[in-house]
Write a protein that binds this ligand. Structure first.
Ligand code: SAH
Ligand code: SF4
Ligand code: F3S
Length: 469
C-alpha cells in the first residue's frame, strides 16, 4: 500500500477564501476520546467540515465520513480506537454494499503518535491526521475521496488557529452557555511518564488578539462561562494590548471585561507555572471561579524526581497554602498516578499523606501505564499490576471520601449557579456550581444562561440538589 503525505502547499483551503457555502450534502460522525482539548478540537474540525459541505450526525451508520479524535495518554485509551475501528470495518462494508462511501479518519494523539502504523494495523482507515494540521483537513479529504491513503502528521509551520474557520453564530448558540477555548497547546516539560510532548509538540501560546476575538464571539452567542484550555495552560504568555508581556492572570482580567462573560476557568495547570499574578487573580477577579485543578501525581519526592516533575511535595503544599490564602473558598482538584516504576509502599504512603494534607474536592487517579517512547517505559522496577490495583483502590477510596465530604459541606449554603441545560428528568434543569458540580434545580428556577442564587438541599454522589434561594 502506498502511503502519501500531502505537501505543505496543500494547506486546507482557509474558510475566508470560500464565499459560497456548499449546501450540506454529506454527513460526518465525530467520536471524541481523551481530554477537553480534544472536545474543543472536534468542534473546530466540525466547523471546518461544515464549510466543506459536511453536516454533523449522531448516527454513525449514515455517515459519509467517520472521524475518531483519539487519545494516547494510557494504553487503554489508545487501544479503544482499534476496537472501534473493528466495528467500523463492518459498517463500512455494509455501506459499500449499498453503494455508499464511508471515509474513515483517525485524528488526535494516537494519529500523531502512530501515524502510518494505524493504516497498517487497520486498513479500513483512509486518513490519519495529527492535531497540528486540522486546518488542512478539507484538502486532505479531497485526496482521500479520490482513493489515496493519507498520513498527515508533521507539525505545521503555519498557525492552524488562523486557518481554522470560526463556527457560525447559530452553531455556537446551539452548543450552549459554557464553552472551551484553547489558548495554549503542547508541552515542553517532558514528565517521564507522559506522551503529550510527543503527541502535541512543543508549547505554543495563541496571541491575545485571537483569544479575545474568539471569546467575544462566544459571549455574543450567549456563552456565560469560558474554560481556557492548554496542556500547560498557566504557561500561556503573550504580548498584551499594552505591548507588555502578559501571563495567564492578565489575560483572565482582560477576558473578564467582555460583556456577558460571567465566569472564567482554566485547565490544566502545572504547579511550576502558578505565578503570583495568577494567584492574585484568584484573589481579585470575581469572575475567576474558585476551583483549581492542579495535578501533583505523587506525594513522594523520590518519585516526583523520577517523574521529572521538577518540584518537591512541600513546594506543592506551600503553593496550595498560598492559593488558599488568596481565596479561602477555593476547591482543589488533582491528578495522581500510582505504581510509577520504583514506587514503594512508603512512596505510596507519602501520596496518601499529601492527599490528607490537601483535602481535595475532586480528583482523577490512574494506574501508571508505560507508554512507548517515554523514559518511564524503559525504567527498571516496573510495579506489578496487582500492586497498582490495590494502591489505586486505597487512593480512590480516600479521594471519594473527601469529595463526598466537600459535597456534604455545601448543604444549607446559598451559592451561585449557572443554569446550563434541561435536566434528564422532566421538570428539572441542570446548573453548574462555582466548583464544577452539576446542580439540579426545578426547571422554573431560571432560564438557561441565567446565574441564579440557590440553596443546596442535598448532596448526591456526584451532584447537588438545590432550590431557589
Ligand atoms: N499537563 C497536565 C496533565 C496532562 S495528562 C499536568 O502536567 O499535570 C492528564 C493526566 O493523565 C496526568 O495528570 C496524569 O495524571 C495522567 N497520565 C499521564 N500519563 C500517564 C501514564 N503514562 N499513565 C497513567 N496516567 C498518566
Ligand atoms: Fe505531560 Fe508533564 Fe507535560 Fe503535563 S507537564 S502534559 S504531565 S509532560
Ligand atoms: Fe489524550 Fe492527547 Fe489529551 S493524549 S489527554 S487527547 S492531549
Amino acid at each position: 500500500m502506498e502511503l502519501n503525505t500531502i505537501e505543505r502547499d496543500d494547506i486546507g483551503a482557509a474558510a475566508e477564501d470560500l464565499v459560497v457555502l456548499p449546501a450540506a450534502t454529506r454527513k460526518v460522525f465525530v467520536k471524541t476520546y481523551g481530554c477537553q482539548m480534544n472536545v474543543y478540537d472536534s468542534q473546530r474540525m466540525t466547523d471546518a467540515l461544515a464549510i466543506d459541505g459536511y453536516a454533523a450526525t449522531d448516527a454513525i451508520g449514515e455517515a459519509d465520513l467517520v472521524l475518531l479524535n483519539t487519545c494516547h495518554i494510557r494504553e487503554k485509551a489508545a487501544e479503544k480506537v482499534y476496537s472501534e475501528l473493528g466495528r467500523i470495518r463492518e459498517l463500512k462494508a455494509e455501506r459499500a454494499k449499498a453503494g455508499r462511501e464511508m471515509l474513515v479518519g483517525v485524528a488526535g494523539c494516537v494519529a500523531q503518535a502512530e501515524g502510518a502504523e494505524i493504516i497498517r494495523r487497520s486498513p479500513v482507515v483512509d486518513l490519519v491526521i495529527g492535531p497540528q494540521t486540522y486546518h488542512r483537513l478539507p484538502g486532505v479529504l479531497a485526496k482521500a475521496r479520490s482513493g489515496e491513503k493519507i498520513v498527515e502528521t508533521d507539525y505545521a509551520v503555519e498557525d492552524k488557529f488562523e486557518h481554522l474557520p470560526q463556527p457560525k453564530r447559530a452553531e455556537l448558540i446551539r452548543r450552549g452557555v459554557t464553552a472551551f477555548l484553547t489558548v495554549q497547546e503542547g508541552c515542553d516539560k517532558f514528565c517521564t511518564f507522559c506522551v503529550v510532548p510527543y503527541t502535541r509538540g512543543s508549547e505554543v501560546s495563541r496571541p491575545v488578539a485571537q483569544i479575545v476575538a474568539e471569546a467575544e464571539r462566544l459571549a455574543d452567542a450567549g456563552v456565560r462561562e469560558v474554560t481556557l484550555l492548554g496542556q500547560n495552560v498557566n504557561a500561556w504568555h503573550g504580548r498584551g494590548e499594552d505591548s507588555e508581556e502578559w501571563g495567564l492572570g492578565r489575560l483572565l482580567f482582560r477576558l473578564a471585561e467582555i460583556p456577558g462573560l460571567a465566569r472564567l476557568r482554566y485547565t490544566t495547570s502545572h504547579p511550576r507555572d502558578m505565578d503570583d499574578e495568577l494567584i492574585a487573580a484568584h484573589r481579585d477577579l470575581p469572575a475567576l471561579m474558585p476551583y483549581l485543578h492542579l495535578p501533583v501525581q505523587s506525594g513522594s519526592d523520590r518519585i516526583l524526581k523520577a517523574m521529572n516533575r521538577r518540584h518537591m511535595a512541600k513546594d506543592y503544599l506551600t503553593l496550595i497554602d498560598r492559593v488558599r490564602a488568596a481565596r479561602n473558598d477555593i476547591a482543589l482538584s488533582g491528578d495522581f498516578i500510582v505504581g510509577f516504576p520504583g514506587e514503594t509502599e512508603a512512596d505510596f504512603e507519602a501520596t496518601m499523606q499529601l492527599v490528607e494534607d490537601v483535602n481535595y474536592a475532586s480528583a482523577f487517579s490512574f494506574k501508571y501505564s508505560p507508554r512507548p517512547g517515554t523514559p518511564g517505559a524503559e525504567m527498571n522496577d516496573q510495579v506489578p499490576e496487582a500492586v497498582k490495583d490495590e494502591r489505586l483502590q486505597r487512593l480512590q477510596a480516600l479521594l471519594l471520601k473527601q469529595q463526598q465530604h466537600f459535597g456534604a459541606s455545601l448543604v444549607g449554603r446559598t451559592i451561585d449557579t449557572l443554569v446550563e441545560k434541561p435536566g434528564r428528568q422532566a421538570g428539572q434543569k441542570v446548573g453548574r456550581s462555582p466548583w464544577l458540580q452539576p446542580v439540579i434545580v426545578d426547571e422554573k428556577a431560571g432560564e438557561i444562561g441565567d446565574i441564579i442564587q440557590v440553596r443546596i438541599t442535598k448532596a448526591g454522589y456526584n451532584s447537588l440538589f438545590a432550590e431557589l434561594a
